[in-house]
Design a protein around this ligand. Sequence first.
Ligand code: SF4
Ligand code: SF4
Length: 259
Amino acid sequence: MERRFSCTACGKCCFGWLTLTLEDALAQAGRFPLAVIWTPVRQGSKSFSISARLGLTVRLRKRRQIAVRIAPTAYIPPSLPCPALAPDGLLCTIHGEKPSRCRTMPFFPYREEGDQADLLIPRTGWLCDTSAAAPVVYRDKKIVEREDFDREREELFRQASTLRSYGEWLLESAPSLKEELLRVAKKRTGGHVVVNFSTLLPHLPEVDVVAFARKQLPVMTEFAAKTAAVPALAEYHKLYLECAAEMEGVLERRPGAKG
Ligand code: SF4
Ligand code: SF4
């Protein structure tokens, strides 16, 4: 089985959530409104094993468990473009430093390599070339040009222990999070739990929190303004306001940090 695919740089997939490696999230803190997305993955799902290795598992009753993917994410509504997308809607203005996720698209290293075929079917409105003129990118459940996929996955494995200890700590300190994860896991359509990125900062000792707050505050403020008058984006707006207030708090607590 072969699949063909070529990106025509139409920019149509540069909208909405963008999953990031931890390194990319921190590098782009002055551009993307960051959150941590927790995604429960049911036992028996094709992605259960890889999700457990990259994230954590939560024990349920009767010896069952769920895996949880914990992903730093540019938390952008599906209706809004990535802030790095040029006004023409085509050009990526940070092409040379764009996140691993954008380089690996449409492959997704949170899934097994043999479980990528459906990702090569363009979503409605996407102008990806899957014609006979496009190169073969996936053959017999193997990625042909695999450098970007391997690089992103290696990074995910490198960060896994940090995210796991963060996740275990947060589940322990916020029991409501576990309840919410279990509620989402039971839904037939699945779902996610969105958590403020600031909960992760104490687990990143190398991060200068004041410098991070200086970068995130204007981004959160801008996205709060963009979503203020859109009732459908109320959830996003609320998180942006909360995060902006937290970042302001960080800067207030550190004398001289606001300048
Ligand atoms: S960083 Fe560039 S390629 Fe990635 S979503 Fe944004 S505009 Fe698109
Ligand atoms: S939708 Fe397809 S063609 Fe358009 S930018 Fe994304 S990957 Fe490329």
